[in-house]
Write a protein that binds this ligand. Structure first.
Ligand SMILES: Cc1ncc(COP(=O)(O)O)c(C=O)c1O
Length: 382
């Protein structure tokens, strides 16, 4: 009998050790981890630089609260906004909390409440973030949601133009919907959002919790679009496995979050910040980001070559393999058995999220395992 709430469909094995892309279960069985803890351990497991940051900082100071000045947060904030159109950061502990901060900031700044969100989006499990999430399975059963989230079809320009009115505080979206199926924002839709931003005072919130921190081959995925969000939320990859989240905001928002308006006890504690600084120092670097793009093209080409009848979706090392409308759950389980950890994105897409430090040999090995498990004759051609 487990003493845990059964709110996760856990796989029937426990991972107890990891190094780089490899992880090991209690029996010593080796797997290639193409989940990275759901887009979190971007520098691989037990990365020596992160281990060192934790060791060093843990001997100095773990936590002190936001009652005092924080040189670590100042440095991390400056590293995150450098060369971007964004100016300020606030740190918290998770993606849902980052989105709560983003929603509160947008509502307070504009004095309006309506926020446009999209079907199949995922923004987290707290009340605000859950209300913003465009999936009934996440929202059902919890009673009245936070009001005035308007859910539209993703990438539907006409629906967006019709809904974006003078009552609207913000448009909130993922540049690539992760949990919803690895669906990228279309160029046309990005242009429509950009145009609305230019001609109205509607803010844009980019939820980069999954796409951010180099996952798609740029620091943030919005950099590959024409959208310049007013608020960016982040978490997952920011701490490389240590919990930390945050938002970035533009200059005009500075006075909205003044003393006492928003906060958290743990957010941006010295330990989390020192780990995140190590992660950012590694990833926000042209050479590193270039290597992510190269590995991505290598992986995409291998996947297309191996599976000409499937769709390969996504960008960078946030990729999805669509099996022509077939449910992927049995394949994900079979891949586990064969030694490749993957995660579904919605019911129909296998998500591939290797550490950004993955090697070409590991990509080759993963594609071989995928080939062995996803026998072409079982899959409906698209
Ligand atoms: C795009 C996006 N936003 C928000 C969240 C929620 O993050 P967390 O689980 O850290 O609260 C997730 C988690 O999967 C996500 O993918």
């Amino acid at each position: 009998m487990s003493a845990l709430f059964q709110n996760y469909a856990r796989r029937p094995f426990a991972i107890v050790e990891g190094k780089g892309t490899e992880v090991f279960d209690t029996t010593g069985k080796r797997y290639l981890d193409f989940t990275s803890g759901i887009a979190v351990c971007s520098l691989g497991h037990a990365n020596p630089a992160i281990v060192e940051a934790i060791q060093q900082q843990s001997e100095k100071l773990w936590h002190i609260s936001n009652l005092f000045e924080s040189p670590g947060q100042e440095k991390l904030a400056a590293s995150l906004v450098k060369d971007l159109h964004l100016s300020y950061a606030f740190f918290c502990n998770s993606g849902a909390e980052a989105n709560e901060a983003a929603i509160k900031l947008a509502r307070k700044h504009t004095g309006k409440h309506k926020i446009i969100v999209f079907e199949q989006s995922f923004h987290g499990r707290t009340f605000g973030a859950m209300s913003a999430t465009g999936q009934d399975k996440v929202r059902n059963g919890f009673g009245p949601l936070v009001s005035e989230f308007i859910t539209l079809p993703f990438n539907d320009v006409e629906a967006l133009k019709a809904a974006a009115d003078s009552e609207t505080a913000a448009i909130m979206l993922e540049m690539i919907q992760g949990e919803g199926g690895v669906n990228s924002v279309s160029d046309e839709f990005a242009q429509a959002i950009h145009d609305i931003q230019q001609s109205t005072d509607i803010l844009v919130i980019a939820d980069e919790v999954q796409t951010g921190i180099g996952r798609t081959g740029t620091r943030f995925a919005f950099e590959q679009t024409v959208i310049k969000p007013n608020i960016v939320s982040m978490a997952k990859g920011l701490g490389g496995g240590f919990p930390i989240g945050g938002i970035l905001g533009t200059e005009e928002l500075f006075n909205t979050f003044n003393a006492g308006t928003h906060g958290t006890t743990f957010g941006g504690n010295p330990l989390a910040v020192s780990v995140a600084q190590t992660v950012i120092d590694h990833i926000f670097n042209d050479e590193f980001l270039q290597s992510v793009k190269q590995k991505s093209s290598y992986f995409v080409n291998k996947l297309k070559e191996a599976f000409p009848n499937y769709t390969v979706q996504g960008k960078g090392l946030m990729l999805g393999l669509g099996l022509g409308g077939e449910d992927v759950a049995p394949y994900v389980a079979a891949l586990d058995k064969a030694g490749l950890l993957t995660v579904a994105a919605g019911p129909k897409v296998i998500r591939l999220l290797p550490p950004l430090t993955v090697s070409e040999q590991e990509i080759d090995e993963a594609v071989d395992i995928l080939k062995g498990v996803l026998q072409t004759d079982k899959i409906t051609t698209l």
